[in-house]
Design a protein around this ligand. Structure first.
Ligand code: NDP
Length: 246
């Protein structure tokens, strides 16, 4: 496990957008960031799930979050522009983005992979994070210590049979991170990195490994040290890296 002990107020006054914040790792990351002082912007496709996370954060007495119901598969440029305008009016900046939302798609050979599902996976896992990052860069530049975190996977570094669009999308995620990191080196305060969460007990993991006993894999709470590290100022010198949470 990545070792880091975050100070309680690590993310005090920071504004952090989390995609896929309604469930799984994103839900726990949003709550963890809030518990360390951040105002979290909860983006996801299922409003009831986002509202539940919102209520949990409020009930715990953490900074009031913001809700952004948005389906990244169908979102258009005007949706991203609207989101940016709202964030600019409300906060004037953002300090971090956790690109966490992803689709698993199907586990099947390339030869028979459904092109419609391929497009959906690439849209949610690659195209939407690209568009969101691009449009939010001016708001990140308004932060003193901005951090972008993409979510990769072990199959985004070394692929395996039948992982199809998901694996290809995670290679693209690593490529997007590296390209952007190189562009921003020396000219921007923004740092850009990837997290590979490793096997983590969520719905996606259960879908990918239906025969696995969930109690044998890490809980989302266990992998939070790396998430906190990359969102806080202790990682200021970490840029262009792909790090393992476990
Ligand atoms: P889950 O499937 O449990 O959660 C994914 C979240 O993303 C859900 O909240 C989901 O919303 C949201 N989401 C999916 N599609 C969209 C969309 N079109 N628009 C907006 N939100 C969307 O996944 P995990 O928590 O397991 O995964 C989180 C990240 O970690 C992913 O990037 C995944 O690839 C990566 N990862 C996970 C591993 C694991 O073992 N769990 C291992 C390696 C990488 P909703 O709840 O409404 O469906």
């Amino acid at each position: 496990m990545f070792e880091y002990q975050a100070p309680e107020n690590l993310l005090k006054d920071r504004i952090i957008l989390v995609t896929g914040a309604g469930d799984g790792i994103g839900r726990v990351a949003a709550k963890t960031f809030a518990a360390h002082g951040a105002t979290v912007i909860l983006l996801g496709r299922t409003l009831e799930k986002l509202e539940h996370v919102y209520d949990e954060i409020e009930a715990a007495g953490h900074p009031q979050p913001a809700l952004v119901p948005l389906n990244l598969e169908s979102a258009q440029e005007h949706d991203f522009i609207e989101l940016t305008n709202t964030l600019e009016q409300e906060f004037g900046r953002i300090d971090g983005i956790l690109h966490n939302a992803s689709l698993l798609g199907v586990r099947t050979p390339i030869e028979s992979y459904d092109p419609v599902i391929w497009q959906q996976v690439m849209q949610v896992n690659v195209n939407a994070p690209f568009m969101l990052t691009q449009i939010l860069m001016p708001l990140l530049e308004n932060s003193e210590n901005p951090s972008i975190v993409f979510t990769s996977s072990s199959v985004g570094r070394k692929s395996k049979a039948y992982w199809g669009a998901y694996a290809v999308s995670k290679f693209a995620t690593e490529g997007l991170m590296q390209t952007l990191a190189d562009e921003l080196s020396n000219i921007s305060k923004i740092r850009v990195n990837c997290i590979n969460p490793g096997a983590t007990r969520t719905q996606m993991r259960a879908d990918a490994y239906p025969g696995e006993d969930p109690s044998t894999v890490a809980a989302p709470e266990d992998i939070m040290p790396l998430y906190l590290y990359l969102m806080g100022s202790d990682s200021q010198e970490t840029h262009g890296q792909s790090l393992d949470a476990q």
